[in-house]
Design a protein around this ligand. Sequence first.
Ligand SMILES: Nc1nc2c(ncn2[C@@H]2O[C@H](COP(=O)(O)OP(=O)(O)OP(=O)(O)O)[C@@H](O)[C@H]2O)c(=O)[nH]1
Ligand SMILES: [Mg+2]
Length: 428
Amino acid sequence: MHISSHCKEKIIKEKTLLVDVIFPTETEEGIQYELDELASLSDTAGAEVFGRITQRRIKADAAFFIGKGKAQSIVNKAKELRCNIILFNDELSPTHVKNLQKLAGDSIKIMDRTGIILDIFSQHAKTKESRKQVELAKLEYMLPRLTRQWTHLERQMGGIGTRGGPGETQIEIDRRLIRNQITKLKSELEKISRQRLTQNQNRKNAYKIALVGYTNAGKSTLLKVLTGEDVYVENQLFATLDTTTRRLDLAKELPVLLSDTVGFIHKLPHNLVASFRSTLSEVKDADLLLKVVDCSSLNFKNHLDTISKVMINITSRQIDYILVFNKIDNLRDVKQLNILKKLYPDAIFISAQKELRINNLLNKIIFKATQNNIETKILIPYEKSGFLDQIYSQINVIERKEGEFGFEFKISGKPERIDRLLSLLKKK
Ligand SMILES: Nc1nc2c(ncn2[C@@H]2O[C@H](COP(=O)(O)OP(=O)(O)OP(=O)(O)O)[C@@H](O)[C@H]2O)c(=O)[nH]1
Ligand SMILES: [Mg+2]
């Protein structure tokens, strides 16, 4: 696993002990997979895993999440292994964190899955927008979890208007500071998203494709192969946080845009999805999704599940898609490939890295992009020439003539788009 240089110092310091509770609906096998994934998250964040502990429970304990006795023994184990982080696979409630933290003392930090994901996002956020999105998610996560240890926030957030009114306790002051900062971030993000909307106006007529999939499935590698763009590819979780959109030259008269964006993961924190909503707008507005799956992973079925769940969170619209099974070069043998092909007859099997069978995918994209396209003629009266911009920005123009009554256009596109255009024309 790649570890970027700025994490190296952390690795020496941070040692994690992983903890997972097995509830009745979960299997031992599933839990091992989840712990492997939690270990990858810990590794990507720059902390080394020194042990794993599981406990079977009917339901979570109200005070400690696990039993109090077990909690104490985990803390002892962490001390024995010299771990400074106890990392829980589930999202802990503010009460759980408070109680567990009290038990663990100052030298050990209690963290949960959401916390470590947020930490990775902070490390990987590069642009102004993604940094603000991560900060927003972090503050929303922090707000209900404020305890006495969070003090002196003023110094970090400082400035005029941060001093508390009479009688406010430190925690109240901190909460108020955080709420103010959340409001500020939201309005800044709103502004950035409005700017993007204006920039995107001229992309309307393009057929829009978005890459979606589990983190590390190979989405960015595929964007690189399909468009020739040099994008960041790394064997780590959440290498990509910002959306990249590039032209994809498929055929004449077929403007296509391809977007790559942040990957999904099992139990992706809700407030992260919410704060990344504008980055994910390329997914929401896409005409076609390429659902990229690492089919060499033993857990690809769970990954498919996660994609569906996160998509429901992002949009209620059903978007047409192609199932892209990537990393076929990593499969054990041809037999395994054939089994998968039988199970998923509609999927396209490729290796983005080894550039295998990319043409199959391109053909299917062209088929989808031109499927049901119709050609038709429309007349724009001269007095409505203000409408010409909309024609060019929303549909493919094959021919334009100046006739007796107005501009005579020959256009092609999806019937829905043409209908939308005609009803706009009527209204004007
Ligand atoms: N063996 C194999 N490895 C691949 C293939 N495609 C991508 N990879 C590797 O998988 C890792 C992740 O690739 P990325 O393209 O960064 O994956 P991603 O889906 O963009 O991941 P995130 O941005 O982190 O969500 C990299 O080490 C790639 O080199 C493939 O077809 N075969
Ligand atoms: Mg990526």
